[in-house]
Design a protein around this ligand. Structure first.
Ligand code: PMP
Ligand code: GLN
Length: 438
């Protein structure tokens, strides 16, 4: 039989979070729609008969991650798309970055910078990062040996764990915990030691941290400003961390992707501010959050050279290098410090707008001290589990959110959900109007 094959992505049915109408070829399947050629976006591939269906894998798979399914962010964005709901679930802006950034990418592409970057990243970007970190936090990282550009923060975190955690090592994390940490640790044979940050204030219990540290503790993973709780650690918290790790070989992996989104005049307490912590920390940041380009997946790591040497041993084999023209464009863009310096005020205005617009709702808003997230309790509305509540909210009220139980290994449900307010005011206003009717 002769016909036309059309390549659809799974995303064609659901759209793609943040990019309605665009159909990336995820888990492609083929369908027969007419004579003679297969169509994939603009490409055409001649064929004479439909290929047979994919045969099934002929053995049992012993999963490395038996408990892991699809991330809650993908699940909720997909549901939002299916329901035509306003998507305040997965964290990404619904507004664009500045044209000048896109122009710089085009400039470097046309100028011929389209081949592999050095494995550590393009020198101008590493130098710009060194300059920024020194200006903000007062620590001078060497661009040559102590800074690496990564394919976003997720890869940086994964690589740091893969490079430094041995089988049997213990790694302390704080729950609710960002969903990529535990799988990264478990894939290395590490043991995840979970400490709790309890609602409503989600403060770390430093006595519990002290009690959890053992001779097997290899690493402590921290995240401030914190996703999903929107809390920010204080200088006192950092001092406690420094004191508890003093004299040990513990590595701190500090996820600082929201470093520039800290509200109400509070300053971000980077591990890079404290010489003692800086000496044992792998600090991770992401341009996705800072410049409204989560889909570009570019971030970076700074660490003392001994740790960075180990990091790069893995980085060179799980990514090798990151997109060259984008790195050069970011090097140009980062040079204007007002861009990252203005981000806190930019998002604080959105936070305030969102909270004010929910003032008349039955949601109980917890404090949001940083990040672009807002936690809310819904006990005046419903006593259902948070997963059921967000599903109903998406389907019936037309607003998608994230159930915070997804950040707990045991699914602990404190009946709290997370909204992302990295949206245009019109989006936030429309969402809040719906939420006020719930
Ligand atoms: N860490 C935290 C706390 C995050 O919230 C995110 C993404 N929202 C990441 C890491 C991953 O960042 P990236 O998209 O750069 O991989
Ligand atoms: N970090 C983003 C969030 O918290 C999601 C990123 C992802 O989908 N992996 O919403």
């Amino acid at each position: 039989m002769i016909g036309i094959l059309a390549l659809h992505g799974a995303a064609a049915a659901h759209g793609f979070p943040g990019w309605p109408g665009i159909r990336p070829a995820l888990t492609p399947h083929w369908s027969l729609i007419g004579p003679s050629r297969a169509i994939c976006e603009n490409a055409t591939i001649p064929f004479s008969r439909a290929p047979p269906a994919m045969p099934i894998f002929p053995a049992r798979i012993d999963s490395r991650l038996p408990q892991v399914g699809t991330t809650i962010f993908t699940v909720m964005s997909r549901l939002a798309q299916e329901c035509g709901a306003i998507n305040l679930s997965q964290g990404f802006p619904d507004f664009n970055a500045e044209d000048v950034l896109f122009e710089r990418v085009a400039y470097w592409m046309r100028a011929g910078f389209n081949q592999y970057a050095p494995l550590a990243g393009m020198a101008p970007l590493r130098e710009a990062i060194a300059h920024k970190v020194a200006a903000l936090y007062g620590t001078a990282y060497d661009a040559e040996t102590e800074i690496t550009v990564t394919a976003g923060a997720t890869q940086a975190l994964f690589t740091a764990v893969a490079a430094l955690v041995h089988p049997g090592d213990e790694v302390i994390v704080f729950e609710p915990v960002y969903d990529s940490y535990a799988p990264a640790i478990e894939l290395q044979g590490g043991r995840v030691v979970r400490l709790q940050l309890a609602a409503p204030d989600y403060r770390p219990d430093w006595d519990a941290v002290a009690a959890a540290i053992t001779p097997r503790t290899r690493m402590i993973m921290i995240n401030s400003p914190h996703n999903p709780t929107a809390t920010v650690w204080s200088a006192d918290d950092m001092a406690r961390l420094a004191a508890l790790t003093r004299g040990t070989g513990i590595v701190v992996v500090s996820d600082e992707v929201y470093e520039h989104i800290v509200f109400d005049g509070t300053r971000h307490e980077s591990c890079a501010r404290d010489a003692e912590l800086a000496a044992r920390s792998v600090i991770v940041s992401s341009f996705g959050k800072t410049y409204h380009i989560t889909g570009w997946k570019v971030g970076y790591v700074v660490a003392p050279r001994e740790l960075m040497a180990e990091f790069r041993k893995v980085h060179q084999f799980n990514v090798f290098t990151v997109n060259t023209p984008v790195q050069l464009a970011l090097a140009d863009y980062i040079a204007d410090a007002s861009r990252h310096e203005g981000l806190a005020a930019f998002y604080q205005a959105k936070r305030d707008f969102f909270r004010a617009a929910l003032g008349g709702s039955r949601f109980e808003l917890l404090p949001s001290a940083g990040t672009y997230f807002q936690l809310a309790r819904y006990r005046a509305i419903s006593d259902e589990p948070d997963t059921a509540f967000v599903e109903h909210l998406t389907r019936d009220a037309g607003v998608a959110a994230i159930p915070v139980s997804a950040f707990f290994a045991d699914g602990r449900d404190e009946r709290v959900i997370r909204f992302c307010f990295a949206k245009n005011e019109a989006t936030l206003a429309a969402a809040c109007e719906r939420l006020c009717r719930v």
